[in-house]
Design a protein around this ligand. Sequence first.
Ligand code: SF4
Length: 219
Amino acid sequence: MTYRGCPKRCTFCPETQVLNYRQFSSIITEIKDIIDKRKYQAIFFDDSIFTARSNGRKHDLEDLIRYLGHSRIEWGCQARMGDIDKKTLQLMEENGCTYIYFGIESADDRLFDDMQEGSHGDKIVETMRLLSNTGVRVGLSLCFSMAIPGAGKMREAKENVRKTINFIKELSDRCGNIVLINLDLATFYPGTKMTAVSEKRIDFTQPIIHHGYPCVFPL
Ligand code: SF4
């Protein structure tokens, strides 16, 4: 990881907004170690949004990407739909990036607007259009049973689930580079907006599995 935390604040996500950046030199030392001593052939950057830039970021993303290219190592990362532009994508591919994992969660615009800060469903289509012109493989994460803050509901409707599944089917048919679709269930975590609007009184000293999910509808 090149930093911990996430600059966004999605309603279901426990990732902290406190950002801790690593020194550029520390990242390079680790990469050298991975390549020269450990002889790994690929690296995955598990940063919440590897491509995020902010004034607080201690190193320059483009320098890091070029260093990876110079090292001739294959690599992948997590990124966010709509936050990755054509120029950055091209630079990443030219410098050894072969895989990007995105959390898209839902294809329902209202739900998506509620749970993902500053993002929108149509950005998925636009980003996938950019990606389909590259050789970069894509993994997608979906998150079902999301609560809807402000809607007085703690459940995702079946229609939303169907809409997301149909959307993903169409996207996979159109874009041949989708190699993974990961299915998740939203979960109550301490400190999230979704937990705050829940009427549940949750004891987080108990194992997380006992808290249930925002929605369990009959199948
Ligand atoms: S879901 Fe992703 S983008 Fe949203 S807060 Fe969590 S890590 Fe950040």
